[in-house]
Design a protein around this ligand. Structure first.
Ligand code: ZN
Length: 248
């Protein structure tokens, strides 16, 4: 039997997300009692996320998810990439945040938090668009939000670093790994209905090992150390040959 645990994350919620695909994911999550992290873009300006008409009920939907126990995470501010920096988690070379001066990042975080607050939301989890953020982003989060958890980083377990708790993210589809804690991240806008149904079956096969953020953080987690950096090095070496990464 597997001792590993999995957190599920679903990215790019915004008023113009693809409704049909999101609803299918939601049905699967309900059926399997999964409480995912949902990455919500406060003020989307990314044309790639404009897929269905805005019906004006988006924030009601987000609050409905919250009622179900979904973890509502702050996903950047407008989801527009304006630098070519990789930042602290070197998976992509495009960013809404990494490389920008602190003041500009503070402005984005403050504005995003204000939009969330206007809809009754006080997030505790940060999800950077494209995994790209830097020390200034963390500084801005400390100053202007109540966020204490970063959904990102590469390890096999949650860890403490730079004054935050990190829930590492390593997978973009179900993979059975004997031990550790893994986050599996989905992008409905880039996944067909058929792919979502097939992935739903794979999720069913690991459903007993899927946990919420609260369950994942029940035990205190260690400071980032040598074991984490060894895992990181191995992951970066193997990721191309194993096709672990989709460049989203
Ligand atoms: Zn995104």
């Amino acid at each position: 039997t597997m001792k590993s645990k999995y957190i599920i994350r679903i990215d790019d919620a915004c008023p113009t997300m693809d409704r049909e695909r999101w609803l299918l994911f939601e049905q699967i999550f309900d059926e399997l009692s999964i409480k995912p992290i949902v990455a919500v873009i406060p003020d989307n300006r990314d044309p790639k996320q404009q897929l269905s008409p805005d019906k004006g009920d988006f924030w009601e939907t987000v609050n409905r998810w919250k009622e179900k126990g979904w973890e509502i995470a702050l996903h950047g501010y407008d989801h527009v990439y304006i630098t070519q920096e990789a930042g602290l988690v070197p998976l992509n070379q495009k960013s809404e945040f990494a490389g920008l001066p602190l003041e500009r990042q503070e402005e984005k975080i403050r504005s995003g938090i204000e939009i969330f607050r206007n809809h009754g939301l006080s997030p505790r989890v940060w999800v950077a668009p494209s995994h790209t953020f830097d020390m200034n982003t963390l500084e801005a989060l400390k100053k202007h939000s109540s966020i204490t958890i970063i959904s990102d980083g590469i390890s096999f377990r949650p860890f403490q670093r730079y004054g935050f708790t990190w829930l590492p993210l390593q997978l973009w589809k179900v993979r059975r790994i004997p031990m550790g804690l893994y986050t599996i991240c989905y992008h409905p806008s880039a996944t067909s209905l058929g792919q979502i149904r097939r992935e739903g079956e794979r999720l069913r096969s690991i459903a007993n090992n899927i946990v919420s953020v609260d369950e994942a953080l029940k035990r205190p987690c260690p400071k980032y150390g040598i074991l984490d950096s060894l895992f990181h090095a191995l992951f970066m070496t193997l990721r191309k040959s194993l096709k672990l990464i989709t460049r989203k």
